[in-house]
Design a protein around this ligand. Structure first.
Ligand code: PLP
Length: 389
């Protein structure tokens, strides 16, 4: 029977310490979360600016429900697209400084839609080996030839671009790598795209809202502007809401609107999300201290662990991984922190390469310096009570 096979596969996952379990939060996302009635200091979310439960953004969502109801009711290409969706697309284009933006219900759909609309059979996609699963799945679905290059290796990328005879070339990369926190060398990648006449798809899921003087993301951070760039930003991470967008040249965005199956064949995001995103952009502008504070927290964590046995991987972003190695060891580290009231997620394959299981520490502007001190103490394995001394 088929279910015997499924049970055997699940048993195998358990044997490899790869079984996942969902924790049930009994309240909102934030620096402290309640699980099983117990409050834990959490370093787990992608809510980098602490906007997931912001009063202004919550109020905008509630007001939108009053005016537009809860459900969008249809695909955007039928009647699911309303005033609030249109407004937020204009605001996203203005915020990123790109000609036009298209709102998607999720980043997963945005990436699959973008890759499959831009390339097909006979074309080639060049992909950093640590790219996000949604880019990888988009490449598979596109039927384009996929050329993986070693992580951030510009020589490897150049060689493979030069060797390719594809009709159309697309380089796809995360800007900030989601499980490592390091940043792709986008200026060099763009230069290679120019030399080899390729498009550049930048997945700025972890840069949008955080990188750049105004939080406009990786393009602002590096001062990049090119018609070759197709930009994807997510709205469920630093923006604190849900959904994503693709922005770029008019004809690129129009192509996605006409061709992306993940756009056409999916119900539009509720208007309340569009309204919440619009308010989130306003809060990002008004509360620039959030980015400054986040930078101070990152510096405090690195300084706190300097010289200790707990060695962080090199990263200047809010994603600060502590690579442990074995799956069981990552689970044990996370469990011992949890016993001290600190929640840090253990990340295992296939999310990260075999043998590189890690604690993925993520910081949020909603954390205080004291919160980070507590984390440092937990990681240094000092008794938590010494805080009082
Ligand atoms: C989270 C993430 C996505 C997917 O975005 P969702 O809106 O969560 O579906 C895409 N790319 C990267 C790099 C991500 O981290």
């Amino acid at each position: 029977m088929a279910n015997i096979r499924l049970t055997a596969q699940l048993d195998e996952l358990a044997r490899l310490d790869l079984l996942r379990e969902r924790r049930v939060l009994e309240g909102p996302q934030g620096p402290r979360v309640v699980i099983d009635g117990r409050e834990l200091l959490a370093f787990c979310s992608n809510d980098y600016l602490g906007l997931a439960n912001h009063p202004r953004i919550n109020a905008a969502a509630i007001e939108a429900v009053r005016r537009f109801g809860v459900g969008a009711g249809a695909s955007p290409l039928v009647t699911g697209h309303n005033l609030l969706h249109r407004n937020v697309e204009e605001e996203l284009a203005a915020f990123t400084g790109l000609p036009r933006a298209l709102l998607f219900p999720s980043g997963y759909q945005a990436n699959i839609g973008a890759v499959t609309s831009l390339v097909g059979r006979g074309d080639a996609v060049f992909s950093d080996e640590l790219n996000h699963a949604s880019l990888i799945d988009g490449m598979r679905l596109s039927r384009a030839e996929v050329e993986r290059y070693a992580h951030r290796d510009m020589d490897a990328l150049e060689k493979s671009l030069a060797a390719s005879g594809a009709k159309l070339k697309l380089v796809a990369t995360d800007s900030v790598f989601s499980m490592d926190g390091d940043i792709a060398p986008l200026p060099q990648i763009l230069a290679l795209c120019e030399r080899h006449d390729a498009w550049l798809l930048v997945d700025d899921a972890h840069g949008f809202g955080v990188l750049g003087a105004n939080g406009r993301g990786a393009l602002e951070h590096f001062g990049l502007d090119s018609p070759r760039i197709v930009y994807m930003g997510t709205l469920g991470k630093a923006a604190g809401v849900s959904g994503a967008f693709v922005a770029g040249q008019e004809e690129v965005v129009e192509t996605l609107l006409q061709r992306a199956r993940t756009y056409m064949f999916s119900t539009a995001a509720p208007a309340l999300l569009a309204a919440a995103v619009g308010e989130s952009l306003a809060v990002m502008r008004d509360e620039g201290w959030r980015r400054t504070h986040l930078a101070a927290l990152i510096a405090a964590l690195k300084a706190g662990l300097a010289g200790s046995a707990a060695r962080l991987a090199p990263s200047d972003t809010a994603i600060q991984p502590l690579i442990v190695g074995a799956n069981a060891a990552a689970l044990a580290r996370a469990e011992s922190l949890r016993a001290r009231g600190i929640l840090v997620p253990p990340i295992r394959p296939p999310t990260v390469p075999e043998g590189s299981a890690r604690l993925r520490i993520s910081l949020s502007a909603a954390h205080s310096i004291e919160d980070v001190r507590q984390l440092v103490q937990g990681l240094r394995n000092e008794p938590a009570s010494s805080a009082a001394a």
